[in-house]
Design a protein around this ligand. Structure first.
Ligand code: NIG
Ligand code: FE
Length: 388
């Protein structure tokens, strides 16, 4: 197993509290990668010898971003819908059906190529782990196909057969829930780690969501929920009740929801690129953080509510629009995402962690929000291997 010493690191974010500060940041640092894992971090002066070394010339190194919420298996786009929103149309979950029609009609190769394109885009922007949902198939075969494709790109695959009730079941939502909890789940569970439900007016209610999440759990899947995106509702409470890992969106939450998230230890996934692209109010991150809720930041990359693949963009929005400190935003985009996915091997750069990291053409992580929309990521390492 060969070792690589990264040296001349101006600022190294470890997310290891033993190094002090909110991010365990080390100055003038070095890091050794052995095979696929980090084997040593510390001061440049103390760095051990390695088979090869790379001087980063004072650049910053951060843990790779963990994007805990994305919908990448789809065909077509909805650029016209976005343009209409920017001139006053509201976002409606009904647009999902447009993408369902395009996705069902697409060949496997076309869907795979689209996922590959988006994953490449994400990696170039420093993302080293991405969760990928189904949810634009909504038949037994199309959901199974989406998850098979997703599993070629990530271990973090999510069965979202309960995205909306498809048009052909419009008169029989109970029949659709039976399909989602029965034959569709049966096939989907082969390639899914997670089960998710869009709990919202116009999508699924609390009883349907409980039934779907419990059925998934009985098949060995873990729960996560689309909760409280378009208005207050039961999503957060259901997530807490079933022991979900995450309640994502959390745009409209009550005091009781905030308390429930804090006491159940459910991660609140905030997805500010959606509020940007739907002209909605941003979630109140400060209220969640001040109540002790663990916050993850993710892109929610999808063709409808927000088509950004960029975690740096989410960080810039979180800092500028949601009043998170740059340190809180970076933690939420790395360690927070890992917590949301119940992963302990990623989201931090400590000995034994997977060597997932991003090199910034900047002296510190502050530049992620300070220089929005600038492509600062010059190199991404995944499991110890550089991207290009
Ligand atoms: O997370 N909210 C539900 N699902 C996606 C949007 C999907 C779409 O509009 O195509 C979301 O925002
Ligand atoms: Fe989503």
């Amino acid at each position: 197993m060969s070792s690589l010493l990264l040296t001349g690191i101006g600022s190294l974010v470890t997310n290891d509290p033993s190094h002090g500060g909110p991010l365990g940041e080390l100055r003038d640092a070095a890091l050794v990668i052995e095979g696929s894992v980090v084997s040593w971090v510390g001061s440049r002066r103390d760095a051990p010898a390695a088979d090869s070394s790379l001087d980063l010339g004072g650049r910053a190194v951060i843990p790779g971003f963990v994007d805990s919420h994305a919908h990448l298996v789809f065909a077509g786009d909805r650029a016209e819908e976005f343009a209409a929103r920017m001139t006053g149309q509201p976002y409606s979950a009904g647009g999902i059906r447009t993408t369902v029609a395009a996705t069902r009609a697409a060949a496997d190769e076309q869907l795979t190529a689209n996922v590959a394109r988006l994953v490449t885009e994400m990696r170039r922007q420093g993302t080293t782990t991405v969760e990928i949902k189904s949810g634009y198939g909504l038949t037994v075969a199309d959901e199974a196909r989406a998850l098979a494709i997703a599993s070629d790109f990530t271990d973090e695959t999510t069965y979202l057969g309960a995205h909306v009730v498809p048009a052909e079941y419009a008169d029989d939502p109970a029949g659709y829930v039976s399909l989602v909890t029965g034959p569709m789940l049966e096939q989907a569970a082969r390639n899914a780690k997670w089960v998710d439900v869009f709990v919202e007016r116009g999508a699924f209610d609390a009883d349907q969501a409980r039934a779907i999440l419990r059925a998934g759990q009985a098949k060995g899947l873990q729960a996560r929920v689309h909760a409280n995106q378009l208005g207050e509702g039961p999503g957060v409470q259901v997530a807490c009740e079933v022991g979900a890992a995450a309640a994502d969106h959390c745009t409209f939450v009550s005091d009781a929801d905030v308390d429930a998230l804090a006491s159940a230890g459910v991660v609140a996934g905030l997805l500010p690129a959606v509020e940007f692209s739907t002209r909605s109010p941003y979630p109140d991150a400060r209220r969640l953080l001040d109540a002790g809720v663990t916050v993850a930041l993710a892109t929610d990359c999808n063709p409808g509510s927000g088509y950004s693949s960029s975690m740096p963009f989410c960080i810039a929005l979180a800092v500028r629009e949601m009043h998170m400190t740059p340190a809180e935003a970076l933690w939420s985009a790395t360690a927070g995402g890992a917590t949301s996915l119940r992963r302990t091997d990623i989201g931090h750069l400590t000995p034994g962690a997977r060597a997932d990291l991003a090199v910034l053409d900047a002296p510190s992580h502050l530049h992620l929000a300070y220089r929005p929309a600038v492509p600062l990521i010059t190199q991404t390492f995944i499991a110890g291997r550089p991207l290009s």
